[in-house]
Design a protein around this ligand. Structure first.
Ligand code: FES
Length: 181
């Protein structure tokens, strides 16, 4: 705390700053005190966010160890939560480099991801969020944007869903759910 007493206002109760109630210490009116509180709060913020980051990274390492023992593909970061506006989409590769998938933000807190290959003859589907569907231009097939289920055209099976996990505002691909219907 600053020791420059010339810049410290005398509180109405006449007590020195260190004997003031907690609320007055947390909301000071003097610049030196105010800077001290701002620095203290910033340091707290940095410690907490660093801890959250380290905890998140440790969680991912543990998850990937468990996943490799179970023969599952590893978690892979594909985007940051704020990277996509509602209705926007992003192509990524998962689980292998040649497996193209689509991540779509369908709501404030809602993301979905599917393998981009149409379940009819493997053409690439295209998201049409305004129509709440994926369109396959090859034979005019379409799939529900939220569930991946076929809506129209030749496809009979849903798109393969990519499981998602969100950790520290990052979105991770966490496995593939193959269609069973
Ligand atoms: S390949 Fe998609 S509808 Fe035929």
């Amino acid at each position: 705390m600053s020791t420059n007493r010339e810049h410290i206002t005398i509180a109405p109760n006449g007590q020195p700053p260190e004997r003031q109630p907690r609320w007055r210490q947390d909301f000071p009116i003097d610049w030196p005190e105010d800077h001290y509180v701002a620095r203290r709060d910033f340091t707290k913020f940095m410690v907490l966010t660093s801890f959250a980051f380290v905890a998140g990274q440790a969680w991912i390492v543990v998850q990937n160890l468990l996943r490799s023992r179970r023969g599952q593909p590893p978690l892979r970061q594909i985007a940051a939560v704020n990277q996509l506006a509602i209705g926007q989409s992003l192509a990524f590769n998962y689980p292998a480099e040649h497996d193209t998938c689509l991540l779509v933000r369908t709501g404030e807190n809602r993301f979905v991801a599917f393998d981009q290959r149409c379940t009819h003859l493997s053409c690439a589907v295209v998201p049409e969020p305004d129509k709440k569907r994926f369109l396959c231009p090859c034979h005019n097939g379409s799939f529900d944007l939220e569930t991946g289920k076929p809506l129209a055209g030749p496809p009979r099976r849903p798109l393969a869903r990519i499981k998602l996990e969100i950790v520290n505002d990052a979105i991770y691909a966490a496995g593939v759910e193959l269609s069973t219907v």
